[in-house]
Design a protein around this ligand. Structure first.
Ligand code: NAD
Ligand code: ZN
Ligand code: ZN
Length: 346
């Protein structure tokens, strides 16, 4: 079959032919209908050889939707042809965190050598993919695979972050989303569907700010050195009760801290590597800063339910598998508005 692989440190990903995968005991083989392209892959492909955590070559893609093509021995509860979304942060299934459905925080993944598809294990940007266990699949029924696949990460990750801050997002509150790309433009819609907060979106690109407005941001502000002052002004000097930084670089975490209200939540979702110091005098009183990873299995069911209810309209740009390297190039250049989605089987 054909697959998009990251083969060599620093090189662009390539479409290659690899052996057809076959499901072993407990595994599920999916015929991939859609694979989302996340900015984390760009970051991974910029990491140096020293300390690189995954074996190469590696088939990319940690957002996947497909139909069940074959079941390994012992798999029950699924039938050939079922349409499913893949829960990506695969854990052991039995530790205390996994027991809560928080496989993203599995206590034993490191020790057992468990990796998400596309981030260590063979990913979704291929004609077929292996899923290690049926519990990592969520049925999507008749939902559109293209609009649904970004929900497995670009939806699930901000959903998890927003859920933590729900008690603070009461009527009259403000939420700020910094970076309105794949994750950010879904975050805006989740905030509108789940809260009464006023949503202020920040981005460096006018095209992305336009999309932010289209998907429900009340205000869209250029992310520059003045942005924090503008947000303060828009909130009558109070600031935002929750800030979701979907970039995570020095200037954005600085803005995040500068727009935070007293007792607010700042969530650094982007993996730009910047930190925000917490300590007396650094931030307004009782600001809580966190940096989460992905979301739980249960939360993916909840996000899919929101999509079923018609609350989400994910903006996508589709590419064939042969065009997949172009999708990555365009994402790297900041030219994808919404999410790039690859259709490995046309
Ligand atoms: P994306 O490229 O689709 O979106 C990033 C957006 O940020 C773009 O619209 C870009 O114009 C904007 N941007 C860049 N610099 C900015 C700045 N200084 N101020 C405001 N906006 C700026 O990327 P994505 O796939 O949505 O991913 C967003 C980030 O989240 C990445 O760092 C990614 O690695 C990370 N991520 C983290 C998790 C997690 O579990 N924590 C999960 C998925 C993605
Ligand atoms: Zn991702
Ligand atoms: Zn576990």
């Amino acid at each position: 079959m054909k697959a998009l692989q990251y083969r060599e440190i620093g090189a662009a990903p390539e479409v290659v032919t690899v052996p057809d995968p076959e499901p072993g005991p407990g595994q599920v083989l999916l015929k991939v209908t859609a694979a989302g392209v996340c900015h984390s892959d760009i970051a991974v492909m910029e990491w140096p050889a020293e300390g690189f955590p995954y074996e190469l070559p590696m088939t990319l893609g940690h957002e996947g939707v497909g139909t069940v093509a074959a079941l390994g021995a012992g798999v029950t509860g699924l039938a050939e042809g079922d349409a499913v979304a893949v829960y990506g942060p695969w854990g052991c299934g039995t530790c205390a965190k996994c027991a809560e459905g928080k496989e993203n925080y599995c206590l034993r993944a490191g020790e057992l050598g468990l990796f998400p598809p596309g981030l260590g294990a063979p990913g979704s940007t291929a004609e077929y993919m292996l899923v290690d266990d049926a519990r990592h699949l969520v049925p999507i029924g008749g939902l559109d695979p293209v609009a649904t696949v970004p929900l497995t990460d670009a939806g699930l990750t901000p959903y998890h972050a927003i859920k933590r801050s729900l008690p603070k997002l009461v009527p009259g509150s403000t939420a700020v989303v910094i970076g309105t790309g794949g994750l950010g433009h879904v975050a805006i819609q989740l905030l509108r569907a789940m809260t009464a907060a006023r949503v202020i979106a920040l981005d460096v690109s006018e095209d992305k700010l336009a999309l932010a407005r289209t998907v429900g941001a009340h205000e869209a502000v250029l992310s520059d050195a003045q942005a924090a002052a503008t947000v303060r002004e828009l909130t009558g000097g109070v600031g935002a009760q929750a800030v979701f930084d979907c970039v995570g670089v020095e200037p954005t975490v600085k803005t995040a801290g500068a727009v935070a209200a007293v007792e607010s939540d700042v969530t650094i979702v982007g993996i730009g590597g910047a930190g925000l110091p917490v300590g007396f005098g650094h931030l307004p009183f009782e600001v809580s800063v966190t940096a989460p990873y992905w979301g739980s299995r249960g939360e993916l069911f909840e996000v899919i339910e929101l999509a079923r209810a018609g609350a989400l309209s994910v903006h996508t740009e589709t590419f064939s598998l042969d065009e997949a390297p172009l999708a990555y190039e365009r994402l790297h250049a900041g030219k994808i508005n919404g999410r790039a989605v690859i259709l490995p089987n046309g």
